[in-house]
Ligand binder design. Structure first.
Ligand code: ACO
Length: 326
């Protein structure tokens, strides 16, 4: 049996750091409120002229270097993002060109903060079916460009960056054991950006109404996120006949420390089995799970044959999980 196995991980965030103290000067908030309610201390933010494909490219290079994979070997590039450099061409095509990965089919997936897991699931199918040998997946965002820095309910949350993995078709037990994806579009208006698409293209009016920024009912999103993340995690465990104790590490979307903590408690996982880096990066949407995978990997928090549970939730709503034997 062939499996899709992660053979390299990488990440990259912009240099510029926006601390909670910096935000105190912009909106009516406090370092103490942000840390208590979200767990975030700082986030990295793009400078003028930096865009999603810049971070994605660097993260991809780091992952390919660890994998020992050259651009010519890549069959497919999938980028999970809701903030591509432009509407078209896709971020994946821009990265394909920067890498010189001429053989690779390249496309984006937009599934909110769950985009990386959607990309992982699609890539897993291509590899298992024998239609690809090596796939580069990147989760990358520049959320600061669609964040309303006059709205304290959202601007304290988001950060920029990218994470990447190289998947390889390999024989054996190690690799992706399962992926489960869910969506419910009826919740679309709880987290959305009204402007910039075909319904509300950019105009003087749309700019004046600040329609090109994310809008969120954080409190409602919070409650549904906890329920959905639990559902996705339990589905993954039961599908694989796994007990909660058998999970070595939970890598969840880093949206809010309290959400991750609630999931950990519902799954009876001790703190040492839950990866947290939201304090440094905030919510980087599609980039959060692959950045966390890369950090956990480079910090040796993941050992060969460990069982890793991935869990994510985002705009749409979309949510999903994956189990990997590392
Ligand atoms: N600083 C100080 N006070 C604030 C701030 C702030 N930054 N933001 C809100 N408040 C105030 C509110 O105005 C409210 O005041 P009031 O009681 O006087 O009305 C009070 O704090 C409580 O507000 P809530 O919105 O109920 O606060 P909550 O505890 O829910 O925290 C938060 C807000 C952090 C946004 C939380 O709801 C959250 O994390 N939600 C989930 C976000 C998420 O997971 N998004 C999904 C993925 S994102 C994506 O897909 C791109």
């Amino acid at each position: 049996m062939y499996k899709a196995r992660i053979i390299g991980t990488g990440s990259h965030v912009p240099e510029k750091v926006l601390t909670n103290k910096d935000l105190e000067a912009i909106v009516d908030t406090s370092d103490e409120w942000i840390i208590t309610r979200t767990g975030i201390k700082e986030r990295h933010i793009a400078s003028n002229g930096e865009a999603t494909s810049d971070f994605a490219y660097q993260a991809a290079l780091n992952a390919m270097e660890m994998a020992g994979t050259s651009p010519e070997e890549i069959d497919m590039i999938i980028v999970g993002t809701i903030t591509p450099d432009m509407i078209t061409p896709s971020a994946a095509c821009l990265i394909q060109s920067k890498l010189g990965a001429k053989r690779a089919a390249a496309f984006d997936i937009a599934a909110g903060c769950t985009s990386f897991l959607f990309a992982l699931s699609v890539a897993d199918s291509f590899i298992k079916n024998g239609n690809a040998e090596k796939i580069l997946i990147v989760g990358a965002e520049t959320l600061s460009k669609i964040t309303n820095y006059e709205d304290r309910g959202t601007c304290i949350l988001f950060g920029d960056g990218a994470g990447a993995v190289v998947l390889s078709r390999e024989k054996g037990d190690r690799g992706i054991l399962s992926t489960h994806l869910f969506s419910d579009g009826s919740y679309g208006d709880l987290l959305y950006m009204p402007g910039g698409g075909s319904a509300r293209p950019a105009s003087k009016e749309s700019i004046e109404k600040r329609e090109h920024y994310l809008r969120m009912d954080g409190n409602k999103v919070f409650k549904i996120a906890v329920k959905s993340l639990e559902e996705a995690a339990l589905t993954a465990l039961s599908h694989n006949d796994l007990t909660r104790e058998s999970i070595d590490l939970l890598i969840s979307h880093q949206a809010n420390f309290r959400i991750i903590d609630a999931i950990g408690k519902r799954l009876d996982l001790p703190p040492e089995k839950i990866f947290i880096n939201i304090d440094k990066y905030g919510n980087t949407s599609s980039a959060s799970v692959p950045i966390a995978i890369d950090e956990a990997n480079r910090q040796n928090r993941i050992k060969e044959n460990n069982l890793i549970l991935l869990d994510a939730f985002g705009a749409g709503f979309t949510w999903g999980s994956a189990v990997l034997r590392w």
